[in-house]
Design a protein around this ligand. Structure first.
Ligand code: ZN
Length: 293
């Protein structure tokens, strides 16, 4: 009898701890449906490594296809308030007013937003979105440009000076961590080699309260700017946080363990203000990329 009771207690403990673990998972919504990139291939990669981390319940909201008419948009109205993290893999038509206001309300109320690669190309005409992302894929006349010195001092270049948004040829390049104490990057090598990707340069925007966390040197040899361009940054938006990485052009770029670790840890951080996900043992080093299968 004693043994039976012990068994029952053990079973109960296991059950309650596993359900507690499930309850601990953060609800994360990926938004996609339009992009000048292959979102049908990249959303499953994002979904898989986020789910595999064990920290997130991932759902996907897919918008109507490019060219959708106003009446087609009535079915697209994600309830952002149900999630702790919204991750945008979307670059396309402007969302209906109601969806825009809902995202603003969600983030300003404390929600977390993560922007990946071309999601920062979206919505130049949406002023609050530009404030959230800080810098976007915009022309030189759109707003300030932000880079750093080799030592990491921030340089602001006013509009109409220097290049607008672009990138050189795709290549492997080094990510330099500029804020080693930030919870998302803490424990990562100060410099690590990212898989083949586009190295965005000349991003433009209001860049208010922008915290640059990592940069990459954009070499003229690969069609770049000879500047240290921001790769990872975050911006507070009222009570919420918006975290951007311009890495992640295609499938191979997203298979970089470094990229995956930045996105997963950022997703946890914007939701909870803490990071519990460890830096993986197979993280890229200064001279060697590391990719998932
Ligand atoms: Zn791209």
């Amino acid at each position: 009898m004693k043994r039976l009771v012990a068994w029952c207690m053990l079973a109960l403990a296991v059950l309650s701890s596993s359900s507690a673990f499930a309850a601990d998972k953060l609800k994360l919504l990926i938004v996609d449906g339009q992009n000048n990139h292959n979102w049908k291939a990249t959303t499953p990669i994002l979904k898989q490594f986020l789910s595999d981390s064990g920290r997130f319940d991932v759902e996907v909201a897919t918008s109507p296809a490019n060219g959708a008419k106003p009446e087609d948009w009535s079915s697209f109205n994600p309830d952002f308030s149900k999630y702790q993290v919204v991750l945008s893999n979307y670059n396309g038509q402007l969302w209906p007013e109601g969806v825009q206001r809902n995202l603003e309300k969600y983030v300003s109320g404390g929600g977390g937003l993560v922007i990946v690669h071309a999601a920062n190309n979206s919505f130049p005409q949406w002023a609050e979105y530009n404030k959230m992302i800080g810098l976007g894929w915009r022309g030189a006349n759109f707003g300030d440009r932000v880079t750093t010195t080799p030592e990491g001092q921030v340089i602001r270049t006013p509009k109409d000076q220097g290049p607008g948004a672009g990138h050189g040829s795709q290549h492997e390049f080094s990510i330099v961590v500029r804020d080693r104490e930030h919870p998302v990057l803490k424990g990562m090598p100060v410099e690590w080699k990212h898989s083949k990707d586009e190295l965005y340069h000349g991003q433009r925007g209001p860049a208010l309260d922008m915290h640059i966390l990592a940069t990459a040197y954009s070499d003229k040899k690969t069609g770049g700017t000879d500047a240290h361009e921001p790769m990872v940054w975050w911006i507070p938006y009222s009570k919420g946080k918006v975290f951007t990485t311009v890495m992640g052009h295609a499938e191979q770029s997203m298979k970089c363990i470094g990229f995956q670790s930045v996105v997963a840890r950022a997703s946890e951080w914007v939701a909870t203000d803490k990071v519990t996900l460890p830096v993986p043992a197979d993280f890229p080093s200064a001279d060697k990329i590391s990719e998932s299968k």
